[in-house]
Design a protein around this ligand. Structure first.
Ligand code: GAL
Length: 697
């Protein structure tokens, strides 16, 4: 699908519909008119116009209303609403409608339901109760895709396809026999012979050797407290991502064959805590990347959101992307569903735009009065239009309109000096059991680095491992546990060419098969970082065991440290541990810097968390000859820029990261302000907490 472009044509709707090419930001949401009597639809359209909605995603969960029985279709209701929307200037991002199979199908073909690791069936009753490897499900789903495409191929109001919905949200792992056979085929493709699989999974350990591909089982239940073969587990995660990707491609290609001019997307679930699918591997398969992001309540809220949005921008390879879902207020799927504070809905949306989203949509348009999402916020809440949430939605519509008129859609997120690397597969491998510490996983680390850098006024780009992180002046590899020989070579050549690398403990431990690189840690890049660690030193709260380690630079390490026993002659030790002699850690190097080729590498041999990183970074940067440009505001403001290709238009987005008011000077045209007051001379602005401003320089 590479090479396809975002295809929305100006004449499709004729009004201010969404596009990327400078014709208006997208704004809208998932729209479920089939949950409402038709007399509500006109009111929906009236309110959508008020909120400047110009794109909705339709029919995501409507299979049972569209194909009411096997081969019996009812498009009338859908045509009526598409027509009403289109005539009102609201474009439709039409779903393939395959996300949730109807009862008649699952009753007739229970073999399409996925099974959990104990072989229990996931019954209908919610959604996504299908297995991607079922030939029967594939037949029915692709038939629906074909019918949808044929039906809407000439409909000018349908401007894009929304293929399925959040693949893998509930059906990521399927342990059925269909899945087993597909897994066997997948292994054949990847490895060629069973001996290579045996080698990759290390099956000589615990008598797991296989004679034939037919002996490959998915990682089914093995009893509580037992330990699954980590190589098989890692490959099963890869396979599960691939099985869903294959299914997506089949749906995509079925639609694209009939409607080659309608761009396709599928909504990812990228957030700091989620690694359901390897989106680094998926992102090139869609015409445009779209993402669903739900805020993490509490003090991480803004940072986590900016971090995740930056990762989406990295996955989109810095092309425009679409925020397909976020919430106007509370979600309903956490134990406690905090609402958004005043200002947060608009602020959050603007962060996504700052990070490259050219469209901001919500789940969902009108809040349900019935069903599993009835307590989930929506653009039109239960209260109706006379509500804070709807007023926020309208304000956002105005803000986005102003930004697109000012030209923001012709810009891209400005490249940061620093790339922080995130790797899906390292996260998958580190979440397995039987590791040095269950508290040490990859995913916490990139976020800590992003936050520590933001505390110093630096907004980093979060880059997936397959992205071009090695084109940055400074790159951070935070606990990137898996490094293949090729990736290790990439690291080596980056530094050799003059790159400035910061790498941490638990990086380069294993290759892509999770085979440990031998000879001392971090085995795959020991020559680059110039140190050799002999043992992991996990820490934790077991009474009397090592709980933390103090460093000579005044910071404190938690959870994990390396026992660095030798350093190359090119290494300068920046900080050591101060610890009781019995631990063997007193005086052991904790932070070091090495010269390698034309570059420099700092190695952080322990988990310092956000605070320790923030305090150590100036020292690390100094030692690497990096002039760290500190913001004057001590990290109270998150600043993100979007720049036009020619460089003459720069849009500056500023967000208050603190709980207090922050006063900041600015030069340029103030385009948007939310929870912010401009002083009478127009030269400075006071950002309240949750406040945001956008100005053009
Ligand atoms: C997503 C999903 C939506 C809705 C939303 C609520 O997982 O795509 O359908 O359920 O979450 O937060």
């Amino acid at each position: 699908m590479q090479g396809r472009v975002w295809l929305c044509k100006e004449d499709i709707v004729g009004l201010n519909h969404w596009t990327v090419n400078g014709r208006g930001s997208g704004t809208g949401g998932d729209y479920n008119p089939d949950q409402w009597p038709e007399d509500v639809w006109d009111d929906d359209i009236r309110l959508m116009k008020k909120a400047r909605v110009n794109i909705v995603s339709l029919a995501i969960f409507s299979w049972a209303r569209i194909e009411t029985d096997d081969g019996v279709y009812d498009f009338d209701w859908l045509d009526r609403i598409v027509d009403k929307l289109g005539k009102a200037g609201i474009a439709v991002d039409m779903a393939s409608a395959t996300a949730s199979p109807p009862m008649w199908l699952t009753q007739a073909h229970p073999e399409i339901l996925w099974k959990d690791e104990r072989g229990d069936i996931c019954w209908p009753g919610a959604r996504q109760h299908w297995r991607p490897t079922s030939p029967v499900f594939r037949r029915y789903a692709l038939r629906l895709c074909r019918r949808m495409a044929e039906h809407f191929k000439d409909n000018p109001y349908v401007v894009a396809w929304h293929v399925s919905n959040e693949y893998g949200c509930h059906n990521r792992f399927d342990y059925s026999n269909d899945a087993m056979h597909a897994f066997q085929e997948w292994c054949k493709d990847r490895y060629g012979t069973i001996d290579v699989v045996n080698d990759a999974w290390g099956t000589s350990f615990w008598a797991q050797r296989m004679n034939d591909f037919s002996e490959i089982l998915p990682p089914r239940f093995i009893g509580n407290g037992n330990f699954m073969n980590p190589g098989k587990l890692l490959d099963f995660k890869r396979f599960s991502s691939d099985a869903l990707k294959r299914f997506f491609k089949a749906e995509r290609d079925t639609l694209a064959e009939i409607t080659p001019d309608k761009p396709l997307t599928t909504n990812f679930m990228v957030s700091a805590a989620g690694s359901t699918l390897d989106y680094d591997d998926w992102s090139d398969e869609a015409d445009f990347v779209s993402n669903d992001h739900y805020f993490v309540p509490g003090e991480q809220h803004l940072d986590e959101l900016a971090y995740s949005a930056s990762l989406v921008d990295g996955l989109a390879r810095k092309n425009p992307w679409f925020l397909m879902e976020n919430s106007a207020g509370a979600v309903n799927w956490r134990p406690i569903n905090y609402r958004k504070e005043p200002g947060q809905a608009v602020r959050d949306a603007l962060v996504h735009v700052a990070m490259g989203a050219d469209a901001v949509n919500f789940f969902q348009w009108r809040q349900s009065y019935v069903g599993a999402k009835k307590f989930h916020s929506a653009m039109v809440p239960h209260t109706g239009e006379n509500s804070r949430i709807f007023r926020d939605v309208c304000q956002l519509g105005d803000d986005l309109q102003r930004l697109s008129e000012a030209g923001v859609l012709t810009t891209r997120v400005s490249k940061s000096r620093v790339a922080v690397v995130f790797d899906y597969q390292s996260e998958w491998a580190t979440e397995h059991t039987a590791t040095p510490s269950q508290n040490v996983r990859h995913w916490t680390e990139p976020l800590n680095w992003f936050r520590a850098l933001a505390d110093l006024g630096v907004t980093a780009d979060v880059m997936p491992l397959r992205g071009d992180w090695d084109s940055y002046e400074i790159a951070v590899l935070p606990s990137v546990y898996l490094l293949s020989a090729a990736d290790s070579e990439r690291v080596r050549s980056y530094v050799r060419r003059g790159g400035r690398l910061l790498a941490t403990y638990y990086t380069g431990i294993s290759d892509e098969n999770d085979h440990i690189w031998l000879g001392g840690y971090p085995g795959s890049i020991r020559d680059v970082v110039g140190i050799r660690s002999e043992e992991f030193v996990p820490m934790g709260d077991t009474a009397g065991a090592l709980d933390q380690l103090e460093l000579s630079n005044g910071t404190v390490a938690h959870d994990m440290a390396d026992w660095i026993t030798s350093t190359d002659s090119t290494v300068e030790v920046l900080a050591t541990y101060r610890a009781p002699v019995r631990t063997g850690m007193d005086g052991v190097p904790a932070l070091v810097v090495n010269s390698y080729g034309d570059g420099k590498v700092a190695y952080v041999g322990c988990r310092l968390e956000r605070d320790g990183l923030r305090r150590s970074l100036p020292q690390l940067f100094d030692s690497m000859g990096i002039d760290l440009v500190r913001g004057k505001d001590d990290g109270k403001i998150l600043r993100i820029e979007r720049t036009s290709q020619s460089g003459d238009a720069v849009f500056v987005f500023c967000f208050n990261r603190s709980a207090d008011d922050v006063v900041m000077a600015f030069k340029g045209d103030l385009l948007v302000s939310s929870n912010a007051t401009v002083d009478e001379h127009g030269a400075s602005v006071t950002l309240s907490s949750n406040g945001a401003v956008v100005f053009r320089q």
